[in-house]
Design a protein around this ligand. Structure first.
Ligand SMILES: [Zn+2]
Length: 250
């Protein structure tokens, strides 16, 4: 089974066709491409919608929220417009207190809840970006128990991982596992069917990347996660790719 990168900003790479060809030589053949804002949805739809290797999601990234709530209908129309969308996202809450300044909390929460409501109405999984906001994210997930999806680039401890898993959610493992012992411990212990693998390329590189092309960071993360879980990289890749297919229906 070909391997899947469950969260990758292909559209931000300098030369996507070349990077994808290099990844395919290494058996990575599918990508979930999250949405960030309406103009990016248009670009990715135009560029990738007919590429069977790329699976699009649409959503307002919490860093790039529109100013006015009146624009909430824009996402709904985008979903109507696409025949191939696999998820809503990335959406979520980001309370990191640094630069660039994040939008105010109440604004983020209104938009996040709107995404969850749409996901419930349309029966689509959600890709969540959660930074320093896990309690609030869980608070909203409790209110939408039929909605499921993935907490992308999860970086918390085991107990926090299990709080999401107990609600039926999956966790995306990226290169943060190479940096944090508590995150590595969480990913070593959670149930295998809840694991997804991702690069978040090109944003989130390992501290010491072994590959020049960001799409190949998936292999480095997979090797480390496989070692942490005591399984082979090939078995881990097969499992995480199957989990990704199940979640996104691909
Ligand atoms: Zn992302």
């Amino acid at each position: 089974m070909p391997w899947i990168d469950s969260h990758c900003h292909l559209d931000y790479l300098p030369d996507p066709p070349n990077a994808m060809a290099r990844a395919e030589e290494n058996d990575i053949r599918h990508w979930i491409l999250p949405g960030t804002d309406p103009s990016q949805w248009q670009r990715t739809q135009h560029r990738f919608e007919r590429d069977p290797r790329v699976h699009l999601a649409f959503g307002h990234h919490p860093w790039f929220l529109p100013e006015h709530d009146a624009e909430m209908g824009v996402l709904s129309r985008q979903l109507d417009d696409s025949t191939t969308v696999v998820a809503i996202g990335e959406t979520g809450l980001d309370y990191y207190n640094g630069q660039p300044k994040r939008p105010p909390a109440d604004h983020q929460e209104a938009w996040f809840e709107q995404h969850l409501r749409l996901a419930q109405d349309r029966n689509l999984p959600v890709i969540i970006h959660a930074v320093k906001a896990h309690d609030r994210v869980l608070h909203y997930l409790k209110q939408y128990p039929r909605v499921t999806g993935v907490i992308h680039a999860f970086s918390g401890p085991y107990e926090q991982a299990m709080a999401y898993i107990d609600k039926g959610w999956r966790l995306g493992c990226g290169s943060l596992i190479l940096k944090s012992g508590k995150t590595r411990d969480a990913f070593a212990r959670i149930p295998a069917d809840r694991l997804l693998l991702e690069t978040d390329a090109p944003d989130m590189r390992p501290k010491h990347p072994v590959h020049t092309i960001p799409l190949l960071d998936l292999l480095q993360t997979a090797d480390d996660l496989a070692e942490a879980r005591g399984v082979t990289t090939a078995d881990l890749m097969a499992q995480t790719s199957a989990n990704t297919r199940t979640l996104f229906g691909i």
